[in-house]
Write a protein that binds this ligand. Structure first.
Ligand SMILES: [Ca+2]
Ligand SMILES: [Ca+2]
Ligand SMILES: [Ca+2]
Ligand SMILES: [Zn+2]
Length: 247
């Protein structure tokens, strides 16, 4: 079989579904056509060597369609239909221009029909996978910018994203302040009424954390910053790490 490549924009669409769930069920995924496709005209066929709906000006043997398994499971309440609708609506609203048409669950939405849905009566109902047919021009083929799915439903950070974000945040003024205070509140020394340090494991501390900060604060320039600001920063940090609704 002649060698072929999947166009970059559709690779990036696969990547985005994979990012939503790296362990998603991909059993009905597809890019290059099987022998049934090869005998008929299909965007799943490599364009230079196979029967395709269109031709392009280069000589790269490209596949211009993918099938994505609908199963997921998808995160954050997303359904596969939600994902399809977001992509179709982005085309309808001129925010995206990379596809010619999408088929999903006995319906088809096409550029040539103003991205409105109509019934699809082909032999495969496409109720296990969505089909995406892409444009045949180089600019759109190579456009790997976001399809909007991860922006909308992929709000869970992975460890490397978190470290990157945390590194930047910890260099900011707010970050420095919050981290310094978080560390300080965690190991603040408590004092008895005579000003003597109380061991941190003392079951009956005589001075609370805030009072301890006030006491030490006489000598420590950096604890003079606004405590409310710091608490707000920490609350934001907690939401960023643990998600909305974290206690
Ligand atoms: Ca062709
Ligand atoms: Ca080509
Ligand atoms: Ca091309
Ligand atoms: Zn297909």
């Amino acid at each position: 079989m002649a060698s072929w490549v999947l166009i970059p924009c559709l690779k990036s669409l696969f990547d985005e579904f994979d990012e939503l769930n790296p362990d998603r069920d991909d059993s009905t995924d597809g890019s290059i056509g099987d022998s049934a496709h090869a005998s008929s005209t299909s965007d799943h066929n490599p364009d230079e060597t196979g029967a395709t709906s269109r031709e392009d000006s280069d000589s790269i043997n490209e596949v211009h369609a993918i099938d994505v398994d609908c199963t997921g499971p998808w995160p954050n309440g997303m359904t596969f239909t939600d994902a399809i609708n977001l992509i179709v609506n982005n085309h309808k609203n001129n925010k995206d221009d990379r596809l010619y048409y999408v088929i999903w669950n006995k319906k088809i939405a096409e550029e040539s029909n103003g991205w409105n849905w109509r019934n699809y009566t082909g032999s495969n109902p496409h109720d296990k996978h969505g089909h995406f047919s892409a444009k045949y021009d180089t600019t759109n083929e190579n456009d790997t910018s976001s399809w909007g799915l991860v922006d909308e439903w992929g709000d869970t950070m992975n460890e490397s994203d978190f470290k990157k974000w945390m590194t930047n945040w910890s260099k900011s003024t707010d970050g420095k302040k919050a981290l310094a205070t978080a560390a300080y509140e965690d190991c603040v020394q408590r004092y008895d009424s005579k000003g003597n340090p109380v061991p941190t494991n003392d079951p009956n501390p005589t001075m609370g954390v805030n009072a301890g900060i006030g006491y030490n604060g006489r000598d420590l320039q950096w604890v003079k910053c606004d405590l409310k600001d710091i608490k707000d920063d920490l609350a934001e940090l907690k939401v960023a790490v643990l998600g909305e609704g974290a206690e």
